[in-house]
Design a protein around this ligand. Structure first.
Ligand SMILES: Nc1ncnc2c1ncn2[C@@H]1O[C@H](COP(=O)(O)OP(=O)(O)OP(=O)(O)O)[C@@H](O)[C@H]1O
Ligand SMILES: [Mg+2]
Length: 312
């Protein structure tokens, strides 16, 4: 079982218009609503692949019901802690132009000290049955920057492997727990290392350095590079992953899907190279879907033969 933690999930609400005009009335052609949040995305893809997964984190108010409905439909077991504040809704507006969407992201509900304690207790109980705990995404107000460090320690005490997907200070704090797997994208890896990453050599060096930083041994560092694939450092060496060649629609959630593919590979005792191939195929399958939608099993399996991994 894979336990995912999403501390600040959201409902993603997308409005489609012909041409977005600020300060005017915009006629809506279509609107789409989906459940969002990094851990939740990872759980959804892991469940699509046929795995057992529980998602936890904070949910509150009427928006929580919609997210629970999506989890129920997709076979993700609900392990969320109910909080007093309301789970946020993030809005975006997309028009027929080539311009990127206009987004409006809320901060999320304020989490009290008592609510945090309840989450910690929940992670402690649920992680005892897990093979992996996957911690991902932004933190809601009231939660300390070392949240992932604290949760990682709880999981590790029970012998459970930990994956962390975060940015900036939250990631650098999390790294102090020596997680078993991290998957920063290029800019996230550059920020945590404090230097620019440009050439392929820079990326190979960065993956090796991060692998050492989390303690080496039986651990995985994957730096994802969007359409350019990914670099992996692990005990078997350093690898270059090439993603299937696709025409992407929206890459939102590609990283979270890649994590699901890697965890699917690991829980099914695949080699590191096979794990990365699954990761690349899952990321690309999600890039093929519109908006916040995630890839399905048939697409992942169709793309798998096109995901290539070679020694660096
Ligand atoms: N345009 C694309 N074409 C093919 N594969 C893609 C594309 N975009 C993403 N992928 C696949 O998904 C993986 C993860 O994507 P990316 O590096 O964009 O993650 P990310 O920035 O963490 O995404 P997010 O945090 O939004 O989920 C890539 O390594 C690649 O395998
Ligand atoms: Mg990401």
């Amino acid at each position: 079982m894979v336990l995912t933690v999403t501390l600040n999930p959201c409902v993603d609400f997308l409005l489609r218009v012909e041409k977005f005009t600020p300060n005017d009335t915009n006629r809506v052609k279509a609107c789409e609503k989906d459940a969002g949040g990094k851990g939740l995305n990872t759980s959804r893809v892991f469940a699509h692949l046929g795995g057992v997964t529980i998602a936890t984190g904070f949910l509150g108010g009427p928006t929580a019901a919609f997210i629970r409905h999506v989890m129920d439909l997709e076979g993700v077991v609900d392990g969320f802690v109910t909080v007093k504040g309301e789970t946020r809704t993030n809005f975006s507006v997309e028009d027929d132009s080539e311009n990127p969407p206009t987004t409006f992201n809320q901060r999320g509900p304020e989490i009290s000290a008592d609510e945090w304690k309840r989450l910690v207790a929940k992670v402690e109980t649920l992680s005892s049955k897990a093979e992996w705990v996957s911690l991902g995404g932004s933190l809601p107000p009231g939660v300390e920057k070392n949240a992932f460090y604290e949760l990682a320690k709880i999981a590790q005490k029970q012998g459970v492997k930990v994956m962390i997907d975060a940015d900036g200070e939250v990631l650098s704090e999390g790294l102090k727990a020596n997680p078993d797997f991290i998957k920063p994208n290029g800019p996230e890896a550059a920020r945590v290392l404090g230097r620019k990453l440009e050439s392929d050599e820079d990326y190979l060096g960065a993956a090796k350095e991060l692998y050492q930083r989390i303690g080496g041994g039986d651990k995985y560092v994957v730096i994802s590079r969007g359409a350019r694939g990914a670099i992996m450092a692990c005990k078997d060496g350093v690898f270059v992953g090439t993603s299937p060649n696709i025409h992407p629609k929206s890459t939102i959630g590609s990283g979270d899907s890649m994590i699901a593919g890697m965890l699917w590979g690991h829980t099914n005792k695949m080699s590191a190279e096979e794990m990365l191939r699954y990761g690349l195929a899952c990321g690309a399958a999600t890039a093929l879907t519109d908006g916040t939608a995630i890839g399905d099993k048939a697409t992942i399996e169709r793309l798998l033969p096109e995901a290539k991994v070679a020694s660096a």
